[in-house]
Design a protein around this ligand. Structure first.
Ligand code: TRP
Length: 324
């Protein structure tokens, strides 16, 4: 069975952008592949952070993932720093990674241009990502568009290691692009992102979600209720496509383009569709929050099964390289 690996930063509670763009897809994949999902806290310390805050964000991410349907019986869910093989293989991969490739990474250029002092960890971030993937000999990596360059580099690193040691040991991973179109933030301007404050949290209460949906940007050309709208240019319509049935989506599009409904009518229907999917997730999250030992046990068991495979890969790697 092909192996799937993906990682998510411990940003705290998921928002619907992360959920639709990644996690909902992972929930599907865990039934079809041998899947590994990691909360990548070693990646999250490449900038400024507070330890207590990281601890809380890691736990909240675990709760969000489990509540979303990531099932520890079906896949391996673990926290990256609980499996130290990740950093060890990352060091090894540093010795086959050309500096120029790291400096060319768009994400590095983007992040480093906004900082005065640039940490080596930020530059080497994609090397750690390559190690995450390679430790499990992963074939398929579900990622969004923005990670494709890191994936290309991971392939390059694996190829270079294989050729340097003259053995076809590491599997070359392939990206598996997430089917859902990227969801814009409520401002309709930028990708939904916690740092931009334009998100809807996966676990938010319906009333709080409505407070955000009500003023959210729709088709900018639709000023009055009597103006017909163009669904395809409306971010709310795209969120409908993710949460509503195809019959509802069709009805919404028709009501919008004929000016039958105003945007508020459309948003009320969306809120109901969202509640159908998110209500049970919110309930599961509340149960998990009340039983922290269950979450902890799931992560410990996940780390143990991840470590079993990771240590085997690393031992073989070191042997081939003449290390102890
Ligand atoms: N860099 C990825 C992101 O920010 C997270 C990540 C870390 C990852 N390691 C990974 C994704 C391995 C896929 C595979 O989204």
């Amino acid at each position: 069975m092909a192996r799937v690996f993906s990682g998510i930063q411990p940003s705290g509670e998921l928002h619907i952008g992360n959920y639709l763009g990644a996690v909902r897809n992972w929930v599907e994949l865990q039934h079809r592949y041998e899947s590994f999902f990691s909360i990548v806290d070693y990646h999250a310390i490449t900038g400024m952070y507070e330890p207590a805050d990281l601890r809380r964000r890691t736990r909240d991410m675990a709760i969000s993932l489990l509540a979303s349907g990531i099932d520890p019986e079906k896949c391996t869910l673990f926290v990256q720093s609980a499996v130290s093989e990740h950093t060890e293989l990352a060091w090894i991969f540093n010795t086959v990674t050309p500096l120029g490739e790291l400096e060319r990474q768009t994400q590095f250029k983007d992040k480093s241009s906004r900082q005065e002092s640039i940490l080596a960890g930020l530059l080497n971030y994609p090397v750690l990502q390559a190690a995450d993937i390679a430790l499990y000999q992963s074939d398929l990596i579900p990622v969004g568009e923005d990670q494709v360059q890191h994936l290309e580099l991971a392939r390059e690193i694996v190829r270079r290691w294989n050729s340097k040691f003259g053995i076809d040991f590491f599997v070359e991973p392939k990206p598996l692009l997430t089917p859902t179109r990227r969801i814009m933030g409520l401002d309709g301007q930028a990708k939904m992102s916690k740092s931009l404050g334009n998100t809807i949290g996966l676990l938010e209460e319906p009333a709080a979600i409505w407070e955000k949906l009500r003023p959210a940007v729709t088709d900018p050309a639709r000023v009055k209720k009597t103006d017909p709208g163009t669904p395809e240019v409306c971010n709310i319509y795209h969120i409908h496509k993710a949460f509503s049935s195809s019959a509802t989506v069709e009805h919404v599009a028709q009501q919008c383009s004929s000016a039958g409904w105003g945007c508020i009518d459309c948003k009320r229907v969306l809120q109901a569709s969202m509640e159908t999917e998110l209500g049970p997730i919110r309930a599961r999250a509340a149960e998990l929050r009340a039983a922290p030992a269950r979450v902890e046990d799931a992560l410990l068991a996940g780390a143990a099964s991840a470590r079993a495979i990771a240590s085997e890969t690393l031992t073989e790697t070191k042997q081939i390289m003449g290390l102890r």
